[in-house]
Design a protein around this ligand. Structure first.
Ligand SMILES: Nc1ncnc2c1ncn2[C@@H]1O[C@H](COP(=O)(O)OP(=O)(O)OP(=O)(O)O)[C@@H](O)[C@H]1O
Length: 757
C-alpha cells in the first residue's frame, strides 16, 4: 500500500521526498502512522527485498485499505502542477486523483540490482582424498601441501581455498602421522582470533590427544616472541610497561612535535606514527639512516624523541617486542641455538602480511632445519601501513630457491557468482600475481548492489533485511556487517540495538560517542541543558585550551559566586584576554542551542562557538585517516533524525549504556550478528555479508584517493584488496551498499565496482 496518514495528512509514497523516508519510517516505528481507511497503525517498509511500501502493523486482511489507497493514486508526479498540490508541513500533497491501481513508483528509490558477471559456472570434478583424517577431505594440491613436510614450501592460496584447513592439517599430520614432537612445531598466525580458530580446529577435527595439542606452539608473532622476551628478562619486559593505547604514543610524539614547533592542524601525526612503526618493523633505522625529505626529517626527530621518552620511563610498545626479540636472538647466539633446538618445523599463516622483522625472525629460527612453510595470498595483503609487504612472497623464492611452490585455487567458501565478482574487482590491481581462482559450487543468488539514501537508511535497510532472513530461519551468526572505519559502523550498531537482534561488535566501533571530537561537541549540547555538568565542562576546557587544573577553581567560583560551572568559566583568574573575549562571546549562545534542532545546534557550535577552531588546532585535522571534522560530520548524520537537543542527548546517553550492555553480554560470534571493520574480518567467513559505503571516499578511503592524485597508487591498490577481502568473506549472500549521500555530501559508487554495475 502506498499511502498513510501522518499528522492528519495523507502521504503518498510517490510524492514523498527521498530524504524523508527515514523520518517516516521512524514515525511508523513509534506508532505515528495510520491507515487512511481503517485508521489502524501502519509502518513504512524499507529493506532490500521489496520496494518501500506501507503495511499494517497488525495481522489481518487489509485488501480494502490497499484498494482504497490505490484509488488515491495520483497522476505521475510530472503531471501534478503546483496549483493542484497543497503543501503540508514539509510534504507536498497532491490533490489530483486517478483511478489507476498499479503501484506508484517511489521517488528516487532504486531497487537492489544484481552484480553483472559474464562467465558461466563450469563444474570441474576433482579428486578429493580423505584418508588422512576421517571426515575431512583435501584436494590434491592441499594434500601435497599437508604431507610434504620437509624443506621450505610456499603455498599461494586464493581466498577461501582452504589455507587454514591446510595449515592445521599439516600441523596435525606432523604430530599424528609423522610423530614429530608437537613441542617442536611452531604455527604463527596474524591475529589472536586466528590463533584461537587454529587451536579449536586442531582440537575438534584431527583426533589429537590433549597433550599433543598442548605441545604445539600456536600464537601470533607478538604473543610468541613476547613470551621469549619475558622469559629471558621478565623485569625489563614486564607487561605493565607496555604502551597499549594509541593515544599515549600520540601524546609522546605531539609533545616532541611542540618542541619542534609543528602545528597540529597541519601536521599529520597519525601518519607520523604509522611511519615510525613502518621504520621499526622494516628495520629501516640504522646508524646510516638518512631521512629522504623534509617530512621524513621531521618524523625522524619525533621518532628519536619518542624512543627517548619510552626509554626514560622503561616503557615499550608492540613494535619493540619484535625488534627486541630480533636483537636478542641476533646478539645472543647461545639463546638462538637453544630455541633452534626446541623448534624444528615452522608454519606461517597470512604470509602476505608479514613484515621485515617478522620475516627475519622466522628465517633466523628456521635456518638450521629449513622446514618452513609459508602460506599466503598477495590479494589479501592489507597491512602495508604496518610495514607488511606482499613482496616477501616473491623474496621467499629468492631466499629459498629450492622451495616447493603449491597453488591453491579452488575456493570452497564462496559461491561462483561471489568469486566471479570478487575476481572482476581484484584483477584491476596491477601489482599482483596472476591466478585463476574458481569456486567449487554454484548458487542462484547473485551478489546485490543496493541503494540507500544515506548512512541512516543504509543501516535501516540492512537491519530489516537481516530481520527478515532470521524470520525465514537463518541464524544470527550467519551475518556480518563490514565497514572501512570504525565510526562507519555507528548507525548499524544503533539500529541493531533498537531491533533487539543479538549482535556483537568490536569495542572501537561501539565507542563512537566516546571519540574525542564527538564528546566535545556533545559537551556543548549538554551544557545547554545542564550548565553544571562537570563532565561536559571538563571537555569544554580542552576545547578552550584551558588547563584541566582549572576545574577545581571553577567549582570554587561556582559556590562562592553562586553561579553555574559554565558561567564560572568567565571568572577564571588565569584567563588570557583573548580567551576571556571569546568566552564572553560564546556563553550567551549556550542557552539558545537548546531550542534549535540538533543538526542546526551542531553547526552553530562548529561555526560560531569555537569547535571549528578547536578542530583546526587540536582535533587531528592534519590526520589523513581519521579527521576530527569527519567525526563531527558523522555526529551530524546521527543527529539528523532528532527534532530536539534533549531527545538527541537522551539518545547519546542511551547508546552509551547500550554499548556497556552489549559488551557485558559477551555474545559468542556463533550466535550473533557480527559488526566489524574489514581489516578484522580477514580469515573469517559468513553466510551473508553486507559491506557498508562502497563509495569513493569511503572505499577507497579519501586518503588513498588523495595519494593517488599525487601519483602514488599503492594505497588505492590496497583499498581494492580490502574490498576483495570483504567480498570473499561471504559464502552465499553478498550485499554491497551504494548510498547516494555520505556525510551529507553526494556520493558516487566506488571506482572499484562501477564496471560491475
Ligand atoms: N577440500 C575441501 N573440501 C571442502 N571444503 C573445503 C576444502 N578445503 C577447505 N574447505 C572449506 O572452505 C572454507 C574456506 O577454507 P579456509 O577458511 O581454510 O580458507 P582460507 O584459505 O583460510 O580462506 P581466506 O584466506 O579467504 O581467509 C572453509 O569452510 C573450509 O572448511
Amino acid at each position: 500500500m502506498f499511502c498513510a496518514n501522518f499528522q492528519n495528512n495523507i502521504i503518498q509514497l510517490s510524492e514523498l521526498p527521498r530524504n524523508q523516508f527515514q523520518q517516516i519510517y521512524d514515525a511508523g516505528r513509534s506508532g505515528k502512522l495510520t491507515c487512511p481507511l481503517c485508521q489502524k497503525e501502519v509502518r513504512l517498509y524499507i529493506g532490500l527485498k521489496q520496494s518501500p511500501h506501507f503495511y499494517h502493523a497488525g495481522k489481518g486482511d487489509y485488501s480494502d485499505c490497499v484498494e482504497y489507497c490505490s484509488t488515491l493514486q495520483i497522476e505521475p508526479a510530472s503531471a501534478v502542477t503546483e496549483k493542484e498540490a497543497v503543501h503540508s508541513g514539509s510534504f507536498r500533497l497532491p490533490q489530483g486523483r486517478s483511478i489507476k491501481d498499479e503501484p506508484a513508483e517511489t521517488q528516487g528509490f532504486t531497487p537492489a540490482t544484481p552484480v553483472t558477471i559474464s562467465n558461466v559456472y563450469t563444474d570441474q570434478a576433482e579428486l578429493q582424498s580423505n584418508t588422512l583424517f576421517p571426515g575431512i577431505s583435501f584436494n590434491s594440491s592441499q594434500y601435497e601441501a599437508i604431507t610434504n613436510v620437509e624443506g621450505p614450501m610456499l603455498v599461494l592460496s586464493g581466498a577461501g581455498s582452504g589455507k587454514t584447513r591446510v595449515l592445521t592439517a599439516r600441523a596435525a599430520y606432523m604430530a599424528v602421522h609423522r610423530k614429530i614432537d608437537p613441542r617442536s612445531i611452531m604455527l604463527v598466525t596474524f591475529t589472536s582470533k586466528a590463533a584461537k580458530e587454529m587451536r579449536d580446529r586442531l582440537s575438534q577435527s584431527y583426533g589429537m590427544m590433549p597433550q599433543q595439542l598442548a605441545g604445539i606452539v600456536v600464537g601470533t608473532f607478538h604473543s610468541i616472541f613476547y613470551r621469549m622476551l619475558a622469559h629471558y628478562d621478565g623485569a625489563k619486559w614486564n607487561g605493565n610497561n607496555l604502551i597499549k593505547g594509541e593515544w599515549q604514543r600520540e601524546q609522546y610524539i605531539k609533545t616532541a612535535g611542540r618542541e619542534k614547533g609543528l602545528d597540529e592542524k597541519d601536521f599529520p601525526y597519525d601518519l607520523a606514527l604509522q611511519k615510525i612503526s613502518y621504520w621499526k618493523n622494516t628495520l629501516s633505522i640504522s646508524s646510516s639512516f638518512k631521512p629522504k625529505d623534509d617530512w621524513e626529517e621531521q618524523v625522524f626527530y619525533l621518532y628519536q624523541r619518542y624512543e627517548e621518552m619510552k626509554r626514560d620511563r622503561n616503557q615499550f610498545d608492540f613494535d619493540d617486542m619484535l625488534i627486541g626479540c630480533y636483537d636478542l636472538l641476533t646478539e645472543n647466539k647461545e639463546l638462538l641455538e637453544r630455541y633452534q633446538k626446541r623448534f624444528t618445523h615452522f608454519l606461517i599463516d597470512e604470509f602476505q602480511d608479514i613484515n621485515t622483522v617478522q620475516y627475519q625472525l622466522m628465517k633466523l629460527l628456521s635456518e638450521h632445519t629449513r622446514h618452513i612453510c609459508a602460506v599466503g595470498d598477495d590479494d589479501q595483503s592489507i597491512y602495508s601501513f604496518r610495514g607488511s609487504d606482499p613482496g616477501f612472497i616473491l623474496n621467499f623464492q629468492k631466499d629459498f630457491p629450492d622451495a616447493a611452490v603449491i597453488q591453491l585455487t579452488k575456493n570452497y567458501r564462496s559461491s561462483h557468482p561471489i568469486v566471479a565478482s570478487a575476481k572482476k574487482v581484484i584483477v584491476r590491481n596491477r601489482n599482483r600475481l596472476n591466478k585463476n581462482i574458481q569456486s567449487s559450487f554454484n548458487h542462484e543468488q547473485q551478489p546485490l548492489f543496493f541503494y540507500p539514501y544515506d548512512e541512516e537508511e543504509e543501516a535501516t535497510m540492512i537491519v530489516n533485511d537481516i530481520k527478515e532472513r532470521i524470520q525465514e530461519g537463518e541464524d544470527p551468526g550467519s551475518f556480518a556487517v563490514l565497514y572501512r572505519t570504525h565510526s562507519a559502523g555507528r548507525a548499524v550498531f544503533e539500529r541493531l540495538y533498537q531491533s533487539s537482534l543479538p549482535f556483537s561488535m568490536e569495542k572501537e566501533t561501539a565507542g563512537f560517542y566516546d571519540r574525542r571530537v564527538v564528546k566535545t561537541a556533545a559537551a556543548y549540547l549538554t551544557l545547554s541543558r545542564d550548565p553544571d555538568s562537570v563532565e561536559a565542562v571538563t571537555s569544554l576546557l580542552f576545547a578552550f585550551f584551558i588547563k584541566q587544573t582549572a576545574l577545581s577553581d571553577l567549582k570554587a567560583i561556582s559556590i562562592l559566586e553562586d553561579c553555574s560551572l559554565l558561567e564560572a568559566l568567565l571568572k577564571l583568574p588565569q584567563l588570557q584576554p583573548f580567551q576571556k573575549k571569546k568566552i564572553q562571546q560564546i556563553l550567551p549562545r549556550f542557552a539558545r542551542l537548546r531550542s534549535m534542532k540538533p543538526v542546526e545546534a551542531l553547526i552553530t557550535i562548529e561555526k560560531d562557538m569555537g569547535l571549528g577552531d578547536y578542530l583546526k588546532k587540536r582535533g587531528s585535522e592534519g590526520n589523513s585517516i581519521e579527521k576530527g571534522s569527519d567525526d563531527l560530520q558523522d555526529l551530524k548524520v546521527a543527529a539528523k533524525e532528532f527534532q530536539t537537543v534533549d531527545a538527541f542527548l537522551d539518545h547519546i546517553d542511551h547508546m552509551k549504556h547500550a554499548v556497556k550492555e552489549i559488551n557485558s553480554l559477551q555474545r559468542s560470534p556463533e550466535n550473533s550478528i557480527q559488526l566489524m571493520t574489514i581489516h578484522r574480518s580477514k580469515g573469517l567467513e559468513f553466510k551473508h555479508v553486507y559491506v557498508l559505503g562502497v563509495t569513493d571516499g569511503s572505499l577507497p578511503h579519501d586518503f588513498a584517493l588523495d595519494s593517488h592524485r599525487q601519483g602514488d597508487s599503492s594505497h588505492l591498490e590496497e583499498e581494492r584488496r580490502l574490498l576483495y577481502v570483504a567480498m570473499t568473506r561471504a559464502k552465499e549472500g553478498l550485499y554491497l551498499s551504494l548510498p547516494s549521500y555520505r556525510r551529507y555530501k553526494k556520493a558516487v559508487p566506488s571506482r572499484f565496482i562501477k564496471h560491475l554495475m
